[in-house]
Design a protein around this ligand. Structure first.
Ligand SMILES: [Mn+2]
Length: 436
């Protein structure tokens, strides 16, 4: 017998890959994991008859001579199948979009590319072969691409993901169905937990970073907790979130964390608790300790390890051009023209910040034929300012809520810098590309 397998805890991309792989390997049987990730449960329930699959136990005592592995190449993640065929010596082909690692399975054939989804990798082969596929498989495949690329918004997305999505649409994939299958919080307990965490969320500013933390006790270790944390992270949009779950039955404690800043590297932070993952998504399992204690330790650890958030004085323009309040509008307008700027902070003769004058204010003076008037007659005096320690997040909020494009940074009554919208955009381009 020849078989196709994906990784344990099958997700949508894994199922999408398996559904499409059957067109490359029509003589192979699909073997599905006994573990299905909560995000893929609905899809699997809906399509399991269509997929005509067998289970790992069915492999026991069967002669297998060819295995195709999709969406993984890690031995650990396919152990569930190989356990039943310990003497397997046949051919192994791999289709995987994950990066290679040292403990990977040795295969006779490896198809790899870092596309956003693994379904894309297999879909491209079908495009090459000019294959026509069923509406059901097209929908399953499309769900896989949407899921692994975060609806085409994750940084991993490639043009090929769009190309295969387009191919699947041409083959009749239903976007309405995909939308329905992609609902993140499917289980009732996930929704309950979602509300519970929201209710107990604490907002902390740790070294200038906005960090959300929550502590919850749950009876059993349910799967799908990470999806709940992610949903809250998406809605609240802090710099990082740390949810601590204490499982009363096993008295183990789980920390699930997400971050959006390069400066908050979760992999490093959770290493202290034996955790691992990526820099922006990681988790840890702490055994046999009081949950509240773990929570307390985590908070202390964050205080000591989190880098200071970037503040206004880090990104502000320090050599701020100003104009004296006694200067004429004509002088101010010449100065702005020569520097190609639209506004200037205005200072008194002792150097205190007293107002801001823009080209628009000067236009008013021109209309009134008053270009010789001093700047102080036309400048705006209601100034919004901030001090140098204001975090970037706060600066952004100030600019947007006051609908202004420049924020003078002051020390006492003196201007020490200026942050403009373009400074902020430059900063985001480098640190938080999602915002651009
Ligand atoms: Mn995948």
């Amino acid at each position: 017998m020849k078989i196709i397998v994906g990784h344990s805890n099958m997700d949508l991309d894994c199922l999408g890959s398996m559904a499409l792989a059957r067109y490359i390997y029509p003589d192979h049987k699909l073997v599905v994991s006994r573990l299905i990730h909560p995000v893929a449960k609905n899809l699997f329930n809906l399509y399991q008859n269509h997929l005509t699959c067998i289970y790992p136990e069915d492999l026991e005592g069967t002669e297998i001579d060819d295995i195709v592995i999709v969406d993984t190449r890690s031995r650990k993640r396919v152990d569930e199948y190989f356990r039943f065929i310990p003497d397997f010596t046949g051919k192994i082909s791999i289709w995987d979009h994950h990066p290679a690692e040292t403990q990977d399975i040795e295969a006779d054939e490896i198809h790899q590319a870092a596309y956003g989804s693994n379904t894309t990798l297999i879909g491209l082969e079908l495009i090459k072969r000019n294959s026509t596929i069923s509406v059901e498989d097209a929908t399953i495949g499309l769900a896989g691409i949407y899921a692994d690329t975060g609806n085409f918004t994750h940084e991993n997305v490639r043009s090929e993901d769009f190309e295969v999505a387009s191919y699947l649409l041409k083959n009749g994939a239903s976007v309405a169905m995909v939308k329905n299958l992609l609902k993140v919080l499917k289980e009732k307990y996930q929704i309950t937990l979602f509300h519970e965490i929201l209710n107990r969320l604490t907002y902390k500013t740790i070294n200038g970073n906005l960090v959300l933390m929550s502590y919850i006790e749950i009876e059993n270790n349910e799967s799908g907790l990470a999806a709940v944390v992610e949903k809250i992270f998406e809605i609240e949009n802090p710099d990082a979130i740390f949810c601590v779950f204490h499982v009363t039955k096993s008295s183990n404690t789980m920390i699930i964390a997400r971050s959006k800043l390069d400066s908050i590297n979760l992999n490093g932070i959770l290493a202290e608790f034996g955790g691992s993952g990526h820099s922006k998504a990681a988790s840890a399992l702490v055994k046999k300790k009081s949950g509240m204690m773990v929570y307390g330790l985590l908070e202390e650890h964050l205080k000591s390890i989190l880098e200071h958030a970037i503040i206004a004085s880090d990104i502000m323009e320090k050599n701020v051009l100003t104009v004296n309040e006694e200067k004429s509008l004509i002088d101010a307008s010449k100065l702005m023209e020569s520097k190609m700027i639209g506004g200037l902070p205005v200072v008194s003769k002792v150097g205190q910040l007293v107002g801001y004058i823009t080209l628009r204010d000067i236009m008013k003076g021109r209309k009134n034929n008053a270009m010789d008037s001093p700047v102080k007659c036309y400048m705006s005096r209601n100034l919004v300012t901030a001090d140098g320690n204001t975090t970037i997040r706060e600066v952004e909020a100030i600019l947007y809520s006051n609908n202004i494009g420049h924020l003078p940074i002051v020390k006492g009554k003196s201007i020490v810098g200026l942050v403009t919208r373009s400074h902020l955009l430059d900063f985001f381009k480098e640190h938080d590309p999602e915002k651009c």
